[in-house]
Write a protein that binds this ligand. Structure first.
Ligand code: 5BU
Length: 256
């Protein structure tokens, strides 16, 4: 059975998962923008101009050439102004003790502003325990990389299956997956899928694209992550509206 995002919110406990599922239905959007730009002004412009179209703004905060703490103060204000969540796509991949520091310390203090972050499971479950020590009491949510969108990815078969088990054992903090499709029929795990454009295709570095319809309706994912398809368009706002409509129509079609 396909629940609405709101019905799923009522079944979940992690506050970030609840907030995300609720705001998707409220705003009628399952679009996450991957704002992979390298200047603070470009990033804040995207957040303000596209904020009303999206449920999540995904950052790679370490690609900014002029990062300062004001960047994340402004991002936080924009996330409140436009009602979207901040997802730092940090892809943690070290032992628990190291990722704790990477999550809360250093220059970026990710845990202080990113509602959502993500991790590889290659180190084993200690990575989740470490991140949880920092993020759980702040109400943050973690996504595990169960699959990747790139050609030749090793995240498949047993690796993916073990990742699902780690998620099930940490349901207070793990709110879902980066994945190409729904992998477990559990309404509290939210599936986010990168590698989305309006036409199927590839880039020249291994990225593979599927359409919003395929991702949301056929593969039963929940959120489309779109980067270059939007921010490299001539009119990014108009393009974001197209992706938003395509993603939302696919969700409504799946429900009916
Ligand atoms: P694109 O411009 O739409 O191709 O950007 C995709 C974004 O999603 C980019 O920020 C990647 O780092 C991110 N991504 C991905 O493409 N594939 C993956 O498997 C994961 C993240 Br995990």
């Amino acid at each position: 059975m396909n629940y609405t995002y709101t019905q799923r919110a009522n079944l979940c406990t992690n506050p970030t998962a609840v907030k995300l599922l609720q705001l998707m239905d409220q705003k009628q959007t399952n679009l996450c923008i991957a704002a992979d730009v390298i200047s603070k002004n470009q990033l804040l412009k995207i957040a303000d101009e596209l904020g009303d179209e999206i449920c999540i703004l995904k950052t790679h905060i370490d690609i900014l050439e002029d990062f300062d703490m004001d960047t994340v103060i402004q991002l936080d204000r924009l996330s409140e102004k436009h009602n979207f969540l901040l997802f730092e796509d940090r892809k943690f991949a070290d032992i628990g003790n190291t990722v704790k520091h990477q999550y809360q310390d250093g220059i970026y203090h990710i845990a202080d502003w990113a509602h959502i972050t993500n991790a590889h499971t290659v180190p084993g479950p200690g990575i989740i325990t470490g991140l949880k020590e920092v993020g759980l009491h702040k109400g943050r949510g973690l996504l595990l990389l169960a699959e990747m969108s790139s050609a030749g990815t090793l995240a498949k078969n047993e690796y993916t299956a073990e990742t699902l088990e780690m998620a099930k054992n940490n349901k207070d903090f793990v709110i879902g997956f980066i994945t190409m499709r729904q992998l477990i029929d559990d309404p509290c795990f939210i599936n986010l899928t990168p590698g989305v454009q309006l036409a199927v295709g590839t880039d020249n570095l291994g990225q593979q694209y599927n359409t919003p319809e395929k991702v949301i309706k056929e593969n039963n994912s929940d959120v489309i992550i779109v980067g270059r398809g939007i921010y490299e368009a001539q009119d990014p706002i108009a393009e974001a509206k197209k992706y938003r409509t395509a993603g939302w129509q696919a969700y409504l079609a799946k429900l009916s």
